[in-house]
Write a protein of this length. Structure first.
Ligand code: FAD
Length: 428
């Protein structure tokens, strides 16, 4: 098998890169082994929420200069401020074209409401997710927070109590209620099955739509705005939008404990776009090793293609971090298992000294989380100190940043993915 580009990993980074390449007329294959981080994420995408110093980011444009000063090893610092902003804006356009219903822009972060009633700065949020802007625009300061009877991954009382602590919502009235849906009794028999994905499947296909509409209206009482756990609509936001229309209420949905419907929807929409553009998804397969000619990768072997390798002109590593097995921590060193690439991390991290991997304060950012492969400004990787001209890395497999602490996981994924697509396509 021969392709223009082979991408290893089908998460947010791999799919974004694949879509952009297919749009340029390249023949791409994505080899993908399993679930991705996006299936567990909140659905909101962070570009840069916090600097390494801990300072909150309001204006992303200004903060990128400060980031370069504080963390020259960060992928944004390596790519440069103009490139980061250009590719983030390109992703905003792609998200609109894919109908991902994302709101927000690089002009500045907004604050979304978290399921525990916190406020978190982020770049893009699904328009169904409550934000400070949505709440302050409500005509009446009354919100009904509705759980589902027996579903413990969403706690309305906790959410209401914590939201009341914020000054801007101190005079809001949050009422609590629960949807009683007898059709879900079947799932309740096994608590491990009582999850957002199973509930969504059942609600979409086995319950009368009108019954659900009535139940929400009744539980909402006099409130015109309602918060629900994200359990409505598995493939996209259409089912949730229909509920919104039929109830005549301002409905909002909050991410639940993983797996998260809001992330899963985005993942499904990205996969289907890649395939519609003619890309080949090789699901359930795993890249295991590569063969090189000089400094170039020429073919890779997978668990299903041990004898018949897959060759391409360009290879993109989008295998994620430890969470997705894109990186592996052995006793003596952190490694990248397919190509054995050079590894870096934040300032105090040394891949071959495990005493530098962790911070003894449990709640502090852990240095191992910044581990990943070394890249240059074209996202080409490095092996034994030498740049590999036809092997690129995108997303969480790259080193030098703390995705959770700095709130930049999705941003790094899409910015590097679109940078690599531009490099390979040669299109500015
Ligand atoms: C629980 C959780 C919550 C998060 N919440 C947020 C959030 O609210 N906002 C935000 O911006 N970011 C969030 N993130 C981070 C963000 O989701 C990730 O940074 C981003 O999705 C990473 O995408 P990726 O494509 O680089 O990697 P991944 O999503 O990890 O994808 C890598 C894929 O490669 C596959 N793979 C690995 N090795 C191989 C191989 N050898 N062969 C074939 N396939 C392979 C894996 O199975 C996986 O499917 C969250 C992450 C997690 C884990």
């Amino acid at each position: 098998m021969n392709f223009d580009v082979v991408i290893i990993g089908g998460g947010l980074a791999g799919l974004t890169c694949g879509i952009a390449l297919q749009e340029q007329g390249k023949r791409c294959a994505i080899i993908n082994n399993g679930q991705a981080a996006i299936d567990f994420s909140s659905g909101s995408m962070d570009l840069l929420s916090r600097l390494p110093s801990g300072q909150k980011v309001q204006n992303i444009y200004q903060s990128l200069d400060e980031l370069t000063a504080q963390a020259p090893e960060h992928p944004y610092s390596i790519l440069g401020k103009d490139q980061v902003l250009a590719k983030a804006q390109q992703f905003e356009q792609l998200a609109r074209a894919l109908n991902l219903h994302l709101e927000g822009s690089t002009a500045g972060n907004h604050e979304r409401v978290t399921p525990l009633g916190g406020l978190r700065a982020t770049w893009l949020s699904p328009n169904s997710v409550p934000t400070v802007k949505h709440l302050t625009a409500l005509a009446e300061k009354q919100v009904a927070i509705l759980g589902i009877e027996g579903y413990h991954d969403f706690q309305p009382q906790l959410l209401a109590d914590n939201l009341k602590q914020h000054n801007q919502f101190a005079d809001y009235e949050f009422t609590i209620g629960y949807l009683n849906i007898p059709e879900l009794d079947y799932l309740r028999q096994n608590s491990r099955e009582f999850r957002s994905v199973n509930i969504a499947q059942l609600l979409e296909h086995k319950l009368s739509f009108q019954d659900l509409v009535q139940e929400i209206k009744q539980a909402a009482g006099s409130a015109k705005a309602v918060f629900l756990p994200a359990c409505f609509g598995l493939d996209n936001q259409d089912f949730f939008n229909s509920l919104q229309q039929a109830t005549g209420l301002a409905l909002f949905e909050l991410p639940t404990l993983p797996p998260s419907l809001l992330g899963i929807r985005q993942h499904r929409q990205l996969c289907s776009c890649f395939e519609q553009l003619g890309g080949m998804m090789m699901n359930g397969d795993r890249a295991v090793r590569a063969e090189f000619e000089g400094d170039k990768v020429v073919r890779i072997f997978t668990t299903s293609h041990q004898e018949e390798p897959i060759s391409a002109n360009h290879f993109v590593l989008a295998a994620g971090s430890f969470f997705s097995n894109g990186l592996v921590a052995e006793f003596e060193r952190v490694t990248e298992p397919v190509f054995d690439l050079d590894i870096c991390g934040c300032k105090n991290f040394d891949s071959s000294d495990r005493f530098t991997w962790t911070n003894n304060r449990f709640a502090a950012p852990q240095p191992y989380q910044s581990a990943g492969v070394v890249i240059n400004s074209a996202c080409q990787v490095q092996k034994n100190g030498a740049v590999m001209p036809n092997l690129y890395a995108v997303g969480n497999v790259i080193g030098g940043f703390q995705g959770i602490e700095q709130g930049c996981g999705s941003g790094v994924a899409v910015v590097t993915a679109l940078t690599v697509a531009e490099q390979i396509g040669g299109i500015k």
